[in-house]
Structures are given as structure tokens and as C-alpha cells.
Write a protein that binds this ligand. Sequence first.
Ligand code: PLP
Ligand code: COI
Length: 336
Amino acid sequence: MKNWDELSFDFNSTGGENLRRYYKRGEWTAPEYTTSEYVPVHICSASLNYGLQAFEGIKAFRGVDGKVRLFRPYAHAARMASGARKLCLPMPSAEEFVAACVDVVRRNIEFLPPYESRAALYVRPVLFGTKPRLTVRPSDEACFCVFATPVGPYFKDGIRPIDAIVNRNQDRSAPLGTGDVKVGGNYASSMLSYEEAHNLGYQAVLYTESVEHRYIEECGAANFIAIKGDRYITPKSPSILPSITNDSLMQLAKDKGLEVEQRPVDVAELPTFEECGACGTGAIITPLGNVFDPESGEKIHYGDEVGPVLLDLYKSLQDIQYGRVPDIHDWCVVVE
Ligand code: PLP
Ligand code: COI
């Protein structure tokens, strides 16, 4: 593959191998590998009809030392397991999950972008209910797949700021719903608000919680983070996906002596922040240049360039992912 830096965050087909395992009669089949990009799905399956599906997104990086590192796959395994519990789906063990991801990286090693590029190999585990059943019940049959594709940054300009719009008219998730797990339904419920924001010229939607529409939830498919003086501020809510990138950034912020506040964040606080951003595996850290609040009519301008604190955190995160500094928190799994 050429022109790694021109890759978008998309399924960039390579023809490489993916893995499948099937759960039937109480046990998982051994991993199978194929180059087919299609999975057989029954027309009446629980995933196709009732959305019984969970997924993850993990990046593998080629390091400065030539080693290949998968970033925090055990944390992704734990998050998929929490989604599987909520959806009553069977789930492979954490060890099996990580082994599957490592195996898929190995089998797609020729599609792993080189160290110098801004691209990475994105590993996507997907778990879905395969039981053909018309009644609305848990699926005791499932498929676990892992595929890999090289990707560029989620927001195509990388670390360049994007614009977001505050949303109060379409909820992404409910407090006691599925917002805290990575399941397809959350993305289905975000589609219309994304489309509306996009048509107005915004690249991201800043969701508010579904009770008062007063507190910030997430920024599109990423967590919201803000900097105010020496404080790293990020929303706390039961309907936010616990981002592994955000968790890592909170640790790095603490390591740098910043105070970390994970608490409800009122939309009214937006003008008081010095830097704002969206963070996630795909987004890494994407700064917000402007945030428009249609209710107040106010457009808050944070800057045309990434701010110094978010840039520093971005570099520190990538230093670990690319093996430029010791992995003191033991986050990376080296793919031998
Ligand atoms: N929030 C949502 C809704 C997401 O889809 C993602 C992406 O995975 C994130 C947050 C960031 O999570 P992570 O950093 O674990 O990728
Ligand atoms: C990620 O950041 O890894 C995501 O999964 C975001 C989105 C593509 C769903």
C-alpha cells in the first residue's frame, strides 16, 4: 500500500485475512481465517433484527524500534465483555480476545503502516448474535470476528481543529440504557443528528444527556475533554462510553501534574475552557476549534491551532504508542 498519509478512517480493503469463531451449544469453535469480507447471517438472526451486536476498535502501531504494539487490548476486551453482558451475548475470554487481535495483526502485517506515517492498523473485533429467532430473547448463538484495516485519523486533518455543534434534540443514549457500552444501537441513534450537523457545516456533534440536556456527554464517536488552567476536565455520566484513550490521557495528565476532574460538565462552562477536544482510538485527540450552541446562539472560538496542553498530551500518548518512551503503565502488547 502506498500513500499511507492519504488514508482516510475507513474500511480500506486489503484482501488480508480475518478471523471468525462461532458460539453454538455452549462453546466457541476454534478460530477460522478467511480472506472473504462477508459473514453468513441468517435472515432472522438476533443481530440483524434486534441489534444484538457489540464491537471494539484497537490500533496497532509500528514503533520507532521496529516493534509492533497493540494499544491496551485487555481494556478493549473488558469493555466488549461489559457490552456482551448487557446484551446477554456469549463472549470469548480476555486472553482469547487478545490472542485473536494479535493473530489478526500478524496475518495483516504487510498492511501495517510504517513508523513514519500518520496511519495505523485498525483492528475491529465484532460480536453479534446469530440465533434465528422471531421472539425478542437473548441469542445463545453468536459469531466473534476480528478484521484489520489500515486507517488514517478519524478526522481527516488529524490534529487540526474541527467545529462542533451542541445537540439537544436527539439523544444518543439514556442514563440507564446502553451508552456506556460499545454497541451498534448507540451509533444508529446518533446518525440523524450527525447528518443535520454535517449539513450545517459541523464535523462533530456535542451530545448532551437526555434528562435535562444541560450536561455534556460525548463528542460524536469520542469523549469530550477540556483544559482550564492546570485542570483536565472530562464529563462523568452513566451514558458515556468509557474511552480507553481518555482513561490513558487522564493518567498522562496526572503524570504531568495536572489535576483531573471527571464530573458533570455544564454546557454553560464551555466559554470558560481554554482548550477543548474529542478523544478516542480513531480521533486520538482532535481539538475543537469552534463550538456553536444553537440555544444561546453563541459560537465559542478556541483557536485555529491545537492548544499547548492538548498537543503535549497527544505527543505523550503517541510516544508510548510508537515506543519512543518506556511504557511505564504497561499499556502496549508487543506483537512478536
Ligand atoms: N465514545 C464513543 C461514542 C466512541 O465511539 C468512541 C470510540 O471508540 C470513544 C468514545 C472513544 O473510545 P476509545 O478511546 O476507547 O476508542
Ligand atoms: C474508534 O474510535 O475506534 C471508534 O470506534 C469510533 C467510531 C469509528 C465508531
